[in-house]
Design a protein around this ligand. Structure first.
Ligand SMILES: Cc1ncc(COP(=O)(O)O)c(C=O)c1O
Length: 426
């Protein structure tokens, strides 16, 4: 059964999934209309009557590729023990903004260890990758600053541009030629990219853009969320791997990926931290991480530095799986990393794909608008270094055996790939 024929439900049906308010005041019409629109259009029509994220729960033996714990550190005993020791020694520490911290503390010592690791003057820890990005962009740009941002850059970077009241000049994904034309037109500003893009695993042409930033007098910002820990000689990230530390002004990263924690980091210029701490709203107005979170991340840094075996296993699995999944006919577009996107197209098609994969024991994460362009919804598989050979082969088998049922041959992305192959062959 195709995704389209399977699910269309009337707006009335969606009423049954709405909860009745009991103890809250009536919502005024201007807001009620927005909420109704969500239920009657997004939920009832676009998603066929259920929430798009409502999949099933994995069973013990199922393969779960939803988490961004690329080096499989979330259960690492030494990291967990470091957190337990810290909780026992310091409890939840001081509940206040990090700007009030003085003297030796976990925060400052982790920042200085991370600066050494990332080969930069200084790092600033924040409560999340989201806060690192919004806080950084807010301090770099103002209404007069053009911000050149890759169309696929993470939404937190866009949010920071909005917070700065700056003008965004988006450039086509991974197209430095388009970026160059925009800079020629609007003048020097801030260039913003992800090193590895979170939706499809494509890698930014960092060397080319760094050279352009230098030549045109732009500030260059790279979000390394999906390469810190996984790339670089000892996990330092792609900027270090490519020898670009003297050309990239700011690097940011979520520590909720390979670091398997909750936090964010900014690698910056020596005298930037002081300015940032008195200018960035998330740094000033949101409270600091807890001591045990920092103690855990500090231990994770030791583990990541020594995790060459995990990194090589991850890259070996990723290269093998990308090759095999491409051979099966899926259009992986430009994936070059541990992120593999199965681009089904519409939201109904992607829900159908998710359901088919889950029924066969494979769990990925749905990405849909606003995380993807319209009709480019996808299931993302985040690979990790602890996958066994058996899990790798089972994943490939499931992807092979479910192609008909999931409708893979009819997806827009598949047709596009075949069209490209035919035109190359002609
Ligand atoms: C590229 C990128 N930057 C930033 C973030 C935000 O990170 P966090 O989840 O730590 O707020 C994410 C997480 O989805 C991401 O993928």
């Amino acid at each position: 059964m195709s995704a389209q024929t399977k699910t269309a439900t009337s707006p009335v049906a969606s009423k049954s999934i709405r909860a009745a308010a009991v103890n809250t005041p009536r919502i005024p019409g201007f807001l009620q209309r927005r909420i109704d629109h969500y239920y009657e259009h997004r939920m009832a029509v676009d998603w066929g009557g259920r929430h798009i994220m409502a999949g099933s729960v994995p069973k013990d033996d199922d393969i779960v590729l939803m988490s961004n714990d690329y080096l499989a550190l979330a259960q690492h005993p030494e990291i967990l023990q470091a957190q337990i020791d810290s909780i026992q020694a310091s409890g939840n520490g001081m509940l206040m903004s990090a700007i009030f911290l003085n003297g030796p503390n976990e925060h400052a010592s982790f920042e200085s260890r991370m600066a050494d690791f990332m080969q930069c003057d200084t790092t600033i820890v924040s409560q999340s990758g989201w806060n690192a990005n919004t806080g950084l962009m807010q301090t770099l740009a103002d209404p007069e600053t053009p911000v050149y941002i890759d169309f696929f850059a993470h939404v937190s970077l866009w949010e920071g541009v909005h917070a700065a009241h700056a003008t965004a000049y988006p450039f086509r994904h991974n197209e430095p030629g388009h970026l160059a034309r925009m800079i020629a037109k609007h003048g020097p500003g801030v260039i913003v990219v992800d090193s590895v893009y979170s939706t499809n695993g494509s890698v930014a042409p960092l060397a080319e853009i760094a050279e352009m930033a230098e030549r045109t007098g732009c500030v260059f910002v790279v979000d390394e969320s999906h390469s810190l820990g996984t790339h670089g000689p000892h996990g330092e990230g792609l900027v270090v791997e490519l020898g670009l530390t003297d050309k990239v002004h700011f690097r940011t990263a979520s520590l909720a990926k390979a670091f398997a924690a909750r936090g964010g980091i900014i690698a910056a210029h020596a005298d930037f931290a002081s300015y940032f701490r008195s200018t960035s709203s998330p740094a000033i107005f949101s409270s600091t991480l807890l001591p045990h979170e920092l103690a855990g991340m500090s231990k994770t840094l030791d583990v990541i530095r020594a995790a060459d075996d995990r990194r090589s296993r991850l890259h070996e699995i990723a290269a093998h799986m990308r090759h095999e999944i491409d051979e099966l006919g899926y259009n992986l577009r430009e994936s070059e990393a541990q992120i593999i996107a199965l681009e089904a197209g519409s939201e109904l098609e992607v829900m159908h794909l998710r359901d088919v994969l889950e029924a066969n024991g494979l769990f990925g994460a749905i990405f849909c608008p606003p995380a993807t362009p319209r009709n480019r919804a996808l299931v993302r598989l985040s690979l990790h270094s602890a996958m066994t050979d058996d899990q790798v082969e089972r994943t490939l088998r499931i992807l092979a055996e479910t192609r008909e049922e999931s409708g893979m041959w009819t997806w827009g992305s598949t047709r596009k790939k075949r069209g490209n192959q035919l035109s190359q062959a002609a």
